[in-house]
Design a protein around this ligand. Structure first.
Ligand SMILES: Nc1nc2c(ncn2[C@@H]2O[C@H](COP(=O)(O)OP(=O)(O)OP(=O)(O)O)[C@@H](O)[C@H]2O)c(=O)[nH]1
Length: 341
């Protein structure tokens, strides 16, 4: 029998989370509290049927597996069958336990499956309760996604940038119990650097003036698509509003960042946009330093972008170059012990 007050507490805790990654581990934790299964795992499966990741619930912490998956062929088959079916839960009897497979989320590119292992089949009431919980989870994810997304382009919005920034350098203390999974994932890699690039479309006002606002919107959507396609999995792209976009990219060094951004600039220049023709973008970039506030880094990138605009547009400027040319100075770094929040 489910304990209603405990269930409500768990749901309050689940819907208090504002981070989609943490939400998944919290969902597993909530489910574990009710059904105490021997196996509790979320599988992300691409639309081509390949496993992308596995989030495994453990008593101490959830573990994310991103490679070397060991998945029983019967389970892979169940994923395929479950996708094609309308069933709430598909049961799979293996030698040592019974697996129940349920669809958690479905998008164009992937499906997330919940796999619950137990000695006996789940009871009808368990199935109904889990189904209800998954529906609450889906509704909440959708709300969260909408609040983090720019409605025109589908890119992450400015608010999400602030959250991602904090994550990259762990400025924001995470709740150890709920976030054990994330802590490990988010440690910055030792020999990589992060870069922020601010992007602004050149003479965008004239696009609106010549072709109308609707065409202007189309240009924004196409540029967003182009940026997303050009970047790698780990890179992030945000629309800050208007015709301003911000990238957060991870590179080995400045040369790699410059190469990626230059390729991006060139690919925008080459693109032929129906009716509108060609557009260009100007960019300003800077390295993300551990002891510098997000606002300060954005200000550096903005200064570099302004320099690009003032010096011919359709170009990339690094704030660091402006510094070495004596055109800009860096703010004094705050002390390591500074209280950020
Ligand atoms: N279509 C469309 N236009 C927008 C949107 N947001 C802002 N704009 C327009 O973007 C234009 C920005 O123009 P400006 O900031 O003057 O600069 P610009 O013409 O791009 O010139 P430079 O930046 O100096 O190269 C304005 O015309 C805004 O109305 C939007 O969501 N959709």
């Amino acid at each position: 029998m489910f304990n209603t007050p405990h269930l409500l507490d768990q749901l309050v805790s689940l819907t208090g989370i504002r981070d989609l990654e943490l939400l998944e581990s919290s969902l597993l934790k909530t489910l574990n509290g009710f059904i105490l299964p021997s196996v509790l795992t979320l599988y992300k499966v691409s639309s081509r049927g390949e496993i992308r990741s596995q989030l495994v619930f453990g008593p101490e912490r959830c573990t994310v597996i991103r490679e070397n998956f060991q998945v029983q062929p019967e389970l892979m088959q169940a994923f395929r069958e479950h996708r094609a079916s309308e069933q709430g839960s598909l049961q799979l009897a293996l030698a040592d336990c019974i697996l129940s497979v349920m669809t958690v989320m479905e998008s164009r590119s992937s499906t997330t499956y919940l796999v619950i292992g137990s000695q006996q089949s789940l009871r009808e009431e368990d199935n109904r309760m889990i189904g209800g919980m998954l529906q609450i989870y889906r509704n909440f994810c959708q709300l969260l996604q909408e609040s983090q997304t720019d409605s025109l382009t589908g890119l992450a919005n400015r608010k999400t940038f602030d959250e991602c920034f904090s994550r990259v350098y762990e400025l924001q203390p995470l709740d150890e119990e709920e976030c054990a999974v994330a802590v490990e994932q988010r440690k910055p890699h030792q020999q990589t650097t992060y870069w922020i690039a601010m992007i602004d479309i050149d003479h965008f006002k004239s696009v609106n003036d010549r072709f109308g606002h609707l065409y202007g919107d189309e240009v924004l959507i196409l540029l967003a698509q182009l940026l997303k396609n050009a970047l790698r999995n780990d890179d992030l792209v945000f629309r800050f509003g208007g015709e301003e976009f911000v990238l957060m990219i991870r590179c080995q060094d400045r040369a790699e960042a410059a190469g990626l951004l230059e390729r991006l600039r060139a690919s925008v220049e080459e693109q032929v946009i129906p009716q509108v023709g060609h557009i260009t973008i100007s960019m300003g970039a800077t390295e993300m330093m551990r002891n510098t506030f997000a606002g300060t880094l954005l200000d550096y990138a903005d200064k570099a972008l302004y320099y690009s605009k003032q010096n011919g547009r359709n170009r990339l400027t690094f704030f660091e170059d402006m510094e070495s040319m004596g055109l800009a100075t860096r703010e004094t770094a705050p002390s390591e012990n500074l209280d950020f929040f």
